[in-house]
Design a protein around this ligand. Sequence first.
Ligand SMILES: [Zn+2]
Length: 138
Amino acid sequence: MPASLTELESQRDALLRSLLSLGDFRPGSISTTSGRCGKPSCHCHQPGNPGHGPHWRLTYKRRGKTVSESLPDEPARRKAEREIAAYREFQLLSRQLLDVNLAICRLRPPAAAEGAGGLKKKRFAQSTPRSTSRSGAS
Ligand SMILES: [Zn+2]
C-alpha cells in the first residue's frame, strides 16, 4: 500500500532535519603516495632506503578540474575523512529527499497544491447565475 501524503511529508521533515545536522562536508577521496621521487640525488634512491612518505592527499573535482590538497598530518587526514563521510551522507539524504518529493508531487491534488481551492469554486459560482439569467431572458 502506498504511503499517504501525511506520512510522506513527515518523512520529508525528518530528512530535512538530518540535512541540518550534517555539519561540514566535502567531496573527495584520500590517497597516499610513497616511494621514490624524481631527484636522483635524493636519499630515497639509495639502496635499502624505504623512500618517502606515506604522504596523504585529498583529491576532488571542482568545476570540472581535479584539485589536490596535501594532508600534512594525522588530524588533517581524520578531519578530511569525516568531511568525506558527511558528504556521502549528504548525497544519500538528497537522493531520498528527491524520491520523497517525487512521491509527494504525484500524490498532491492540483487544488491543494495551489492552496486556493476556494478560488475555482468562486469563479464557478459567478458564472452560474449569469447563464441562468440568460436562459431566463430568451
Ligand atoms: Zn626522494
